[in-house]
Design a protein around this ligand. Structure first.
Ligand SMILES: Cc1cc2nc3c(=O)[nH]c(=O)nc-3n(C[C@H](O)[C@H](O)[C@H](O)COP(=O)(O)OP(=O)(O)OC[C@H]3O[C@@H](n4cnc5c(N)ncnc54)[C@H](O)[C@@H]3O)c2cc1C
Length: 388
């Protein structure tokens, strides 16, 4: 078994790990450091699609790999009513993971101080002057370790844990009748028997569409159930009977009010493992980039990565926990909550709220749009559980 020393180790080369390595090296924050990136396997498949909203005047660190962008955004209620979102200057962007992996790995291959290893990570621990990673093939030490390997946490009795699970397909068809510049952010025209259930519809062009069936619930469905619901939606809602499936993806992420630890000694957790997944929506891409910006600022100013103020504040975590409790009660159902929200609040305010950037005024707008009677009990219940 080998044993080696580095300055920095990244455990996991998914979205968070690769984003950090790319941005730290590109922005010149890591110059002479020897960096080890460990994953169980190379990232060479288009295994997921990341979407996020962004102001049109802003620039993502991954602007070059944005595959498609939409300005015309709608939702559909469960009864079929369309709500066109007033999006302000926000656009909805899509990145295909394969484009991201290729672009980042190509850049990293030009950095001689970066080493990749494809090994199973068995443990990560903090030690006096650094950290230790043990894998199936050896052990590695470094001053700082950034961990994005996610393990389901052990939950306390009052902590809530939902899964957001998705099956997405890209299809080619001659039967798509809608303007490809119009995307559906949440289309609830599907049955709600398993929990909050909706489709994303992201047209790539007139003939190719990416469709994602998404559920918030406590357990996964069978493979056949996802396929059945997607076929029914294509046929009954989009009126598409003939199509070829070009690609598919499946995955799930936690929606929880568990408090993820950002730091354990010399280990910094990032991405889903670090709590960058928003509890009430599952969106992770933007929060992870914000966390990385803070890590890089901390390195620049302090010479270490530890001065990070969390992006998702306590206030937003409290609201997320309350929303999860309301979803769990299933009286005011998810499709009604989101329909009320998008009906009564402009898209820009909702995006700022979901980005944890809303002002008190914005929060109040969001609150007032929802049926308060269903939130009062859950809110005090969450307060009691968190602070008593
Ligand atoms: C299908 C899907 C679609 C999504 N869509 C969106 C979206 O549109 N917008 C959004 O904001 N978020 C989205 N998310 C949520 C989130 O952005 C992604 O899950 C994102 O990939 C999280 O990044 P990460 O680095 O935390 O985890 P990952 O990208 O999953 O990276 C973790 C890495 O750790 C490796 N690993 C795990 N265990 C071990 C081990 N024991 N040994 C070695 N390596 C290991 C894995 O192979 C993986 O490469 C989506 C998630 C999924 C699953």
């Amino acid at each position: 078994m080998k044993s080696e020393n580095f300055d920095i180790i990244l455990c996991g080369s998914g979205m968070a790990g690769l984003s950090l390595a790319y941005r730290a090296l590109r922005e010149g924050v890591w110059k002479n450091e020897r960096i080890l990136i460990i994953d169980r396997s190379p990232k060479d498949k288009n295994d997921r699609t990341w979407c996020f909203w962004q102001r049109e005047s802003a620039e993502s660190p991954f602007q070059d790999v944005i595959y498609r962008s939409w300005q015309n955004l709608s939702c559909f209620t469960n009864t079929g009513r369309q709500i066109v979102l007033n999006r302000g200057d926000f656009a909805y962007n899509m990145i295909r993971s394969i484009d991201f992996y290729r672009s980042v790995q190509e850049f990293l291959s030009t950095c001689p101080q970066v080493t990749f290893r494809y090994e199973e990570i068995i443990s990560v621990s903090s030690q006096e002057n650094g950290g230790l990673v043990e894998t199936s093939a050896g052990s590695y030490r470094a001053r700082y370790i950034f961990n994005s390997v996610y393990k389901k946490p052990e939950l306390g009795s009052s902590e809530q844990y939902f899964l957001q699970h998705f099956k997405g397909i890209t299809i080619r068809t001659d039967q798509f009748q809608t303007d490809p510049d119009k995307m559906y952010l949440m289309d609830f025209r599907t049955s709600q028997e398993h929990g909050t259930t909706f489709f994303y519809v992201l047209p790539i062009n007139r003939k190719e569409i990416f469709i994602e069936y998404t559920i918030f619930s406590k357990s996964l469905l069978t493979k056949e159930e996802y396929d059945l619901k997607i076929r029914a939606y294509l046929k009954n809602v989009l009126k598409i009977n003939e199509y070829e499936i070009l690609e598919s993806e499946f995955g799930y992420i936690p929606m929880t009010d568990f408090e993820f630890k950002r730091r354990s000694g010399n280990i910094i957790n990032i991405g889903t493992a670090g709590g960058d997944t928003r509890g009430s929506s599952g969106y992770t891409f933007t929060n992870t980039q914000k966390t990385i910006s803070k890590i890089l600022t901390s390195f620049r100013k302090e010479g270490h990565p530890f001065s990070i103020k969390e992006n998702i504040s306590r206030k937003h975590k409290l609201l997320d926990a309350t929303i999860l409790k309301v979803l769990n009660n299933n009286v005011y159902q998810g499709h009604q909550i989101f329909s009320d929200l998008f009906d009564r609040v402009d898209g820009e305010t909702v995006f700022r709220f979901l980005d944890a950037e809303s002002t008190l005024r914005g929060d109040l707008k969001v609150m007032r749009s929802l049926q308060a009677k269903h939130f009062i009990g859950p809110f005090f219940n969450v307060l009691y559980n968190k602070f008593m």
